[in-house]
Design a protein around this ligand. Structure first.
Ligand code: AHG
Ligand code: MN
Ligand code: MN
Ligand code: MN
Length: 332
């Protein structure tokens, strides 16, 4: 079989793909290099002194892991020199990341979660990197935060790198979802999963059920519905890794639903944990491209106009059958 690399794939589809310009290819090339560097560190983590915490607390109020910081530094370092970005935003940085004066600027915004699944790092469980790309609408050298806060439906591309039993890249530019597997012997991501479509219905639900006491009644009803075996209803299995990239990847391939509902413990934080810009939007873009759905319980994730950089949102994402079931219960 002829093996196709990501960049080759992007260029092959150049005719149908308005994004296959030199600039976009450059952006993706730099991102891939950054991910290979992160993947190498993840694979050798136990040997490289990159496990454990840094002792810092980030803007999300979380303990920063050494790998969170390393991945963040690698991406910023490589991408700020790419010449194709006007600004970046990272889960780990409180504010928008400007491109230093000495580098040339371009028209794309890169929004990313450098290392997803921090709590799994030290246990050698799958983790990932999530990215989302928007276009700058105005032609200014210093884009404002307001220009970056676009609806998820405005994404021009999104994807993730999964550092699992193999390293994968899954991405979409709005022309379907394609998966590539890193062949470490040649250092290239090769097309392994063309045109991924999520099954219409699945057999798995995925949620951190330890939070059951903190859910409202409707949310409890939603989760109970996946355990209801009365009247010959089908049974679901439960799987929960605790790394969104890994839980989402399984959902994309096998079908079913991943949920991170809101939590009523703290009325000041009614929106769950996952971040709209770095986590929910890119995954929602991918799932819709693959024929699935993503909602916050009431509305489509991609229709939400973000008000702030680190906004959180409840997330229900996966096969159409299961996501519709959630919508019906919240509506009832
Ligand atoms: P991050 O490591 O980027 O902060 O993200 C962690 C997220 C996500 O990966 C996962 O789905 C979720 O946290 C798990 O949260 P709980 O431990 O509350 O289940
Ligand atoms: Mn984090
Ligand atoms: Mn994350
Ligand atoms: Mn993270």
């Amino acid at each position: 079989m002829r093996q196709i690399t990501v960049i080759e794939h992007l260029l092959l589809h150049q005719k149908e793909n308005p994004l296959a310009t030199g600039n976009f290819t450059r952006l993706l090339t730099e991102l891939i290099l950054a991910a290979k560097i992160i993947s190498r560190a993840v694979n050798k983590a136990g040997l490289m002194d990159v496990l454990g915490e840094t002792g810092e607390i980030n803007v999300q109020g979380e303990q920063v892991q050494k790998l969170d910081e390393f991945a963040n530094r690698v991406i910023i370092h490589r991408l700020q020199r790419s010449g194709v970005l006007c600004a970046m935003a990272s889960e780990e940085n409180a504010d928008i990341i400007e491109i230093p004066e000495k580098y040339s600027k371009g028209k794309y915004f890169l929004v990313f979660d450098p290392l997803d699944g921090s709590s799994n790092i030290d246990a050698n469980v799958s983790i990932g990197t999530i990215f989302s790309i928007y276009k700058q609408e105005k032609d200014t050298d210093y884009p404002t935060l307001g220009e970056l806060l676009q609806k998820g439906s405005q994404q021009v591309a999104a994807g993730y790198f999964l550092y699992g039993s193999s390293t994968m890249l899954v991405y979409s530019t709005g022309q379907g979802v394609h998966g590539f597997t890193l062949d470490p012997s040649v250092g290239e991501f090769l097309l392994s999963h063309p045109n991924i479509m999520i099954p219409k219905k699945g057999k798995i639900y995925s949620v951190n059920e330890g939070y059951f006491p903190f859910w409202d009644d409707k949310t409890k009803q939603v989760i109970a519905s996946f355990k209801d075996v009365s009247a010959g209803k089908s049974t679901y299995s439960l799987r929960y890794i605790g790394s969104l990239v890994a839980d989402f990847h399984r959902t994309l391939l096998y079908g079913g639903i991943f949920m991170y509902p809101k939590d009523c413990r703290d009325p000041k934080k009614p929106r769950g944990k996952l971040r709209l810009l770095y986590e929910a939007n890119p995954m929602a873009f991918l799932v819709e491209q693959a024929g699935g759905m993503a909602v916050d319980g009431e509305q489509r994730i991609l229709d939400i106009l973000p008000e702030e950089l680190h906004q959180r949102v409840p997330l229900f994402i996966g096969s159409a059958t299961e996501v519709k079931k959630v919508l019906d219960i919240y509506k009832s």
